[in-house]
Design a protein around this ligand. Structure first.
Ligand SMILES: NC(=O)c1ccc[n+]([C@@H]2O[C@H](COP(=O)([O-])OP(=O)(O)OC[C@H]3O[C@@H](n4cnc5c(N)ncnc54)[C@H](O)[C@@H]3O)[C@@H](O)[C@H]2O)c1
Length: 315
C-alpha cells in the first residue's frame, strides 16, 4: 500500500505508522504539529516521508497527493486544542477534510479511512449509542468534525468513518488517564467528573484498522469501541492502583462542563456484524499497560478540547 496519513505525528497516526512500516508499506505524513510532535516519527527511513503543513492548505494537499500517488488515505488530522478557536476547527476539520477528500477522489484511492469523535452524537437518547443515532454535536470540535465526516460520506469514495471510543495507547496525551497519572505521581489533588466513557486498547484499534484497509471490505460509518462504559472514577481507581497511589478519600466528583456530554458509550454491534471484529483487551489491562508506558517514556503535554480542566476523558 501507499498510505497517506494526515495528522501522522499524532497519537493514532504514529501508532498506525509504527504498526504498518514493518509490513513494508510506503507512508507519507502531512502534519502541522499543532498537537503532534515532530520527534515522534523516525527520520531517514526510505519508506516514511514527512511534509510539514496544514490540510487546510489546498495547494499543498493537491501537490502532496500528486507527488505521492497514494492508494490508501487515513485522515487523522484534526484541530481541537482551543475550544474557542472555531475558525481553526473549521479550517482543519471542515476545509481540511474537504481538501483531503477531493484530492483522494482525483487520486482514485482504494480506501479512505476517517476518524470521527463520538461527541458527534451530542447528549445521547440511548446508551450504548447505535450508529444510526442522530448527530447533535454541542461544541466546536464535534460540530466541525461532523461536517468533515459528512463530506467524507458524500464523496463516493470507498470510505470507512470510525466513531471512536477513547483509545488508550502509547503517546496518549488527552483526557483523564495522563492527567491522573501526572497529578497522582506529583502528589497533587485530582477531581473526577460524573462522565462515563468507553475505552479501547490500541492493539484492538490496530487490529480493526488492518481490516478497514482491505480492498473490498465494508464501507460506511461505524462505531468502534468495546460496548461497555466506565466512570471517570473507575479511571482514577485504575490509574491509582497501577501506580500504587492512594485513591483520595472522599473523591471530589463534579458535574461535567456545559461543553461536555455525561455518558458516551458506543454500540459496536454493526461493526462486529460487518467486520467480525470485537475488542479483546480489558479496561484494567489497557490502563495498566498505559501506566507502564508513561513510566518508561513520560508525558510531554496534555491536551483537551474541553473548557473545563482536563479531568474528564475525551471521546
Ligand atoms: N484518540 C482518540 O481516542 C480519538 C477518539 C475520537 C476521535 N479521534 C480522532 O482521531 C484523530 C486522531 O486523534 P489523535 O488522538 O491521534 O489526536 P492527536 O492530536 O494526537 O493527532 C492529531 C494530529 O493532527 C495534526 N493536525 C492538527 N491539525 C492539522 C492540520 N490542519 N493539518 C495537518 N495536521 C494537523 C496534529 O498536529 C496531530 O499530529 C482525530 O481526527 C480525532 O478527532 C481520536
Amino acid at each position: 500500500m501507499r498510505i497517506l496519513v494526515t495528522g501522522g505525528a499524532g497519537c493514532l497516526g504514529s501508532n498506525l505508522i509504527e504498526h504498518w512500516l514493518p509490513q513494508g508499506h510506503d507512508i507519507l505524513v502531512i502534519d502541522n504539529f499543532a498537537t503532534g510532535n515532530r520527534e515522534t516519527l523516525p527520520s531517514g527511513l526510505p519508506k516514511l516521508a514527512m511534509v510539514e503543513g496544514s490540510v487546510a492548505d489546498r495547494a499543498l494537499v493537491e501537490r502532496v497527493f500528486a507527488d505521492f500517488a497514494p492508494t490508501h488515505v487515513v485522515h487523522s488530522a484534526a484541530a481541537y486544542k482551543d475550544p474557542d478557536d472555531w475558525r481553526e476547527d473549521v479550517a482543519s476539520n471542515v476545509l481540511g477534510s474537504v481538501n483531503v477528500v477531493a484530492a483522494a477522489r482525483t487520486a482514485k484511492v482504494e480506501r479512505f479511512v476517517n476518524f470521527q469523535t463520538a461527541l458527534c452524537y451530542g447528549a445521547p437518547e440511548q446508551v450504548p449509542i447505535p450508529v444510526d443515532h442522530p448527530c447533535r454535536p454541542v461544541a466546536s470540535y464535534g460540530i466541525s468534525k461532523t461536517a468533515g465526516e459528512a463530506y467524507v460520506a458524500a464523496s463516493g469514495l470507498p470510505f470507512v468513518s470510525l466513531r471512536l471510543a477513547s483509545i488508550i495507547g502509547p503517546r496518549l496525551t488527552i483526557g483523564a488517564i495522563p492527567t491522573f497519572y501526572q497529578r497522582l505521581k506529583a502528589g497533587k489533588s485530582v477531581f473526577c467528573t460524573t462522565a462515563v466513557r468507553d475505552f479501547l486498547a490500541m492493539s484492538d484499534f490496530l487490529a480493526f484498522m488492518d481490516l478497514a484497509m482491505k480492498t473490498g471490505a465494508p464501507t460506511g460509518i461505524f462505531n468502534l469501541g468495546p460496548g461497555k462504559g466506565h466512570s471517570i472514577k473507575d479511571v482514577l481507581v485504575a490509574v491509582a492502583g497501577a501506580i500504587d497511589a492512594a485513591v483520595p478519600d472522599p473523591i471530589d466528583i463534579r458535574p461535567v462542563g456545559a461543553d461536555d456530554v455525561e455518558t458516551v458509550v458506543l454500540d459496536p454491534a454493526e461493526t462486529t456484524r460487518a467486520f467480525g471484529w470485537k475488542a479483546q483487551v480489558s479496561f484494567e489491562k489497557a490502563i495498566a499497560d498505559m501506566v507502564r508506558w508513561y513510566d518508561a517514556h513520560g508525558i510531554s503535554a496534555i491536551h483537551t478540547h474541553l473548557k473545563a480542566p482536563a479531568g474528564s476523558a475525551r471521546s
